[in-house]
Design a protein around this ligand. Structure first.
Ligand SMILES: Nc1ncnc2c1ncn2[C@@H]1O[C@H](COP(=O)(O)OP(=O)(O)OP(=O)(O)O)[C@@H](O)[C@H]1O
Length: 359
């Protein structure tokens, strides 16, 4: 799977740009703010119909312009896939595949397997638990539509249960049967979600550890601890035990919607005790494990976007990552960097075809 050609019109900082791309390695180099990340984001946009960095579509339209268009010609299993993503102020965004607009954007997701590794991934470490749940859920959902459906249902039921708790409080009333209608369904769903997440992490964590060990070439011990109210007690008890508190708070304070992942380095929180380079290595290993899952699920080698990968990592770690992506199991690569000489030196060592775009 690779992208042969990319064109942008009014996308973020670009009025108009075209790139004839290399099948293997493409580097975008230039000073801060020249638009390197914007190019990678445009490619991300073609795969996911949204920006990785700015989810508000209109804010991706170049200032003072009315629309943007991103055009990409992909080659997937020797077939051309032409993808166009466009947005106009005041209108819905449109995604076309080979000239035909999708009715539902979700139908497009999966056509272009792609993973991005970027400094913005730090959100996974520093933000709230929902960011980490979303990451875990997106990887599980790749080949488990049933999980995604159950998750959506569970979240809707939690919202309805919260509304009921608010209603009780506002009307100084309580209806045990009314609440049980929700709890009975939530217990079944939470049990399923918890079990699926446990099973997933059992296979995901060793892959993540393998990548971390390779990048760091060290004895640093990393782990992912799955924190859930359901780890120790059954879902039924979880909801029962939390009821008094839920009534006071007027929302559901326990369940799988409160699950979290603890990222550990030598037994301590990577957020508090990891150096910037260790955090970046941790995130890179997480994303490479995601890459491996997407690859096995889709049967296609995903495109890999490495945004600012050299920042904060020492030379050894950078060369470990580059050696790794040189391996046959990786496909087309996009790299952004502020140092043209450094980039050229690193990619030359790979002995693969490459193009460097100076922005
Ligand atoms: N909607 C927009 N319209 C015009 N310019 C925009 C828009 N959104 C972002 N930009 C501009 O794009 C530039 C940022 O580009 P980008 O993040 O790609 O830079 P970069 O080359 O990756 O820089 P760095 O080396 O600092 O990471 C900024 O100057 C920003 O103002």
């Amino acid at each position: 799977m690779h992208l042969d050609f990319l064109s942008l019109v009014n996308y973020k900082s670009f009025a108009s740009a075209e790139f004839e791309l290399d099948e293997k390695i493409n580097c975008f180099v230039g000073n801060n703010g020249v638009g390197k990340t914007n190019v990678l984001d445009a490619i991300y946009h073609l795969a996911f119909a949204k920006s990785y960095f700015n989810p508000i579509t209109v804010q991706n339209i170049k200032h003072d312009e009315d629309f943007f268009v991103i055009n990409g010609n992909f080659n997937k299993n020797d077939h051309e896939e032409k993808v166009v993503v466009s947005a106009k102020r005041g209108h819905k965004r449109v995604v076309k595949r080979n000239g035909k607009a999708y009715e539902k954007l979700s139908e497009h997701i999966g056509l272009i397997p792609l993973v991005i590794i970027s400094p913005a991934d730090r959100d996974l470490i520093i933000e709230g638990s929902d960011t980490r749940r979303r990451f875990m859920d997106s990887v599980i959902s790749l080949d488990n539509q049933n999980y995604l459906n159950q998750l959506v249902t569970y979240n809707k039921l939690i919202q309805q249960r919260n509304a009921l708790l608010k209603y009780f409080q506002a009307n100084r009333t309580f209806d045990r049967d009314g609440l049980e209608v929700y709890d009975e369904q939530l217990i079944v769903l939470a049990t399923f979600i918890h079990k699926t997440r446990v099973d997933f992490l059992e296979s995901f964590t060793p892959i993540f550890k393998k990548y971390y060990a390779y990048i760091s070439q060290s004895e640093e011990d990393v782990n992912i601890y799955y924190k859930s109210d359901l780890n120790e007690i059954a879902a039924k008890e979880v909801f029962e035990k939390a009821l008094q508190k839920d009534m006071q708070l007027q929302y559901s304070s326990a369940g799988t919607h409160k699950d979290d992942l603890y990222f550990l380095l030598n037994g301590h929180a990577v957020k508090k005790y990891g150096s910037q380079g260790q955090q970046k290595s941790f995130l890179t290993a997480l994303k490479l494990a995601q890459f491996e899952f997407i690859k096995s699920q889709s049967g296609t080698v995903p495109i890999l976007l490495l945004d600012d990968i050299f920042d904060k990592l020492d030379e050894n770690r950078v060369s470990q990552i580059i050696n790794m992506v040189n391996d046959e199991q990786f496909g087309q690569l996009f790299i952004s960097d502020t140092h043209p000489e450094r980039t050229e030196q690193v990619v030359k060592e790979i002995h693969q075809s490459y193009k460097i775009f100076k922005l």
